[in-house]
Unconditional design. Structure first.
Length: 405
């Protein structure tokens, strides 16, 4: 059951954010958020619950439709906090400068403490073994790292108890980056000159593209790890695909903030196409043994795939029937909606059916489908990997020009 949150800090952040946009439609939706949180509901505290989460998601979605992705991300985080998915400290680190400085100071002290402990470990090693080598040091710290896997929180008197504040810190490190600032100058004037030349000649747009490629590659690797774990749930897969619309191809502008458009449909990943229409991604587990089955010598999709397609069909039908209301309330056109079902992986399919046979079966099925496509996680990963490879090739430096006669 969701633990909904609200409070003065969120109210203040929403109020401050209203001044950052000039779009009347976005401000109108922010006003709706404030009316839910404020005295209009006759509360002494601040309003919260599913209506508040939906209203915050509406702001994010409107900002997405207007192309203001940074503003949309801000309200997506507000909605995640209001829905109990993020601690308040995460929002403060992003949107409260004083809180961010406090967090940075905490991380600096923690890093210094870790370095100090490392020095103490090395001192102890040298005292016990004055002839210790670099290899000995490496083995020591590798052993420490492996031992961490065996640590846990005990229930007895000798156990370790983490207070709520420290649990929040752990989540905080899952959402923040440690950036080194104010580093000493290079050791020599020559090194300083080389660094200066590098920065002067740097193509900022190219650097941004390279960083984006690195981020996408890391996201794809993380998804592959989850897919290759037979115990992975649909939620684990969804977590790795969230806000990574690029994996599904270049036809999609962004992942929409709102996942519910009718009373009986909650979409896994709603994507916005370039023409303003919605595309539904329905996620199922990767470990599907009966993804493709053999009957009377013929290959066909198994029951799990048919059930997933039926679910996607119901989503599209519901959005077709409510097209006018969805377009008026949320600005999303669902009349031309389409869907992709991502399900299964050849490595988990039984009965000796080969990956090629699975691909051919799905190709035959998709040829006869109009608005719904079924793909495996293997196909999704391979397609995204090819996109990354092509993008990386475009970023390679041009070869030297041939000398002219």
């Amino acid at each position: 059951m969701a633990t909904f949150r609200s409070g003065f800090t969120l109210w203040q952040m929403v109020t401050d954010a209203r001044e950052l946009t000039e779009h009347p439609s976005v401000r109108e939706r922010i006003d709706a958020v404030q009316s839910i949180m404020g005295p209009a509901f006759g509360r002494t505290g601040y309003g919260k619950g599913r209506p508040l989460v939906n209203a915050l998601e509406d702001v994010a979605q409107e900002a997405l439709l207007l192309g203001d992705f940074e503003f949309a991300q801000r309200f997506q985080r507000f909605a995640a906090y209001a829905g109990g998915e993020l601690f308040l400290e995460i929002l403060e680190n992003h949107y409260d400068e004083r809180a961010r400085r406090r967090s940075e100071e905490y991380m600096r002290r923690l890093t210094a403490m870790g370095a100090d402990r490392a020095v103490a470990v090395l001192d102890a090693l040298c005292q016990d073994n004055p002839d210790a080598t670099v290899g000995d040091v490496r083995d020591l710290f590798r052993g420490i790292a492996l031992s961490v896997d065996h640590l846990g929180i005990g229930d007895g008197e000798g156990g370790i108890r983490l207070p709520t504040r420290e649990r929040r810190r752990l989540q905080q490190y899952g959402h923040m980056e440690l950036v080194l600032r104010g580093l000493p100058r290079p050791a020599s004037a020559e090194a300083a000159h080389m660094v200066g030349d590098l920065l002067a000649d740097a193509d900022v747009e190219l650097l941004a593209q390279l960083l984006e490629l690195k981020t996408r590659r890391a996201g794809l690797d993380a998804l592959r790890v989850v897919v290759e774990d037979p115990a992975s749930s649909e939620k684990a897969l969804h977590d790795r695909l969230k806000n990574q619309e690029w994996i599904f191809g270049g036809a999609y502008v962004a992942e929409l903030a709102r996942r519910q458009y009718t009373s009986d449909t909650i979409l896994d990943i709603p994507l916005l196409r370039g023409d303003g229409a919605i595309h539904v991604v329905e996620l199922k587990r990767a470990n599907i043994e009966k993804l493709v089955i053999r009957r009377d010598g013929h290959l066909m999709l198994g029951a799990p795939a048919h059930h997933a397609v039926s679910q996607a069909q119901n989503y599209l039908r519901a959005m077709d029937e409510n097209r006018q209301a969805i377009l008026a309330d949320h600005g999303v056109d669902t009349r031309r909606a389409s869907a992709t079902v991502v399900i299964g992986h050849p490595r988990y399919v039984s009965e000796g059916i080969t990956p090629q046979e699975i691909a051919e079966t799905l190709r035959t099925y998709n040829t006869h489908a109009a608005r719904i496509e079924v793909v495996t996680y293997e196909t999704l990963l391979e397609s995204a990997a090819r996109m990354l490879a092509l993008s990386s090739a475009r970023q390679e430096p041009d070869q030297a020009e041939e000398p002219t006669a």
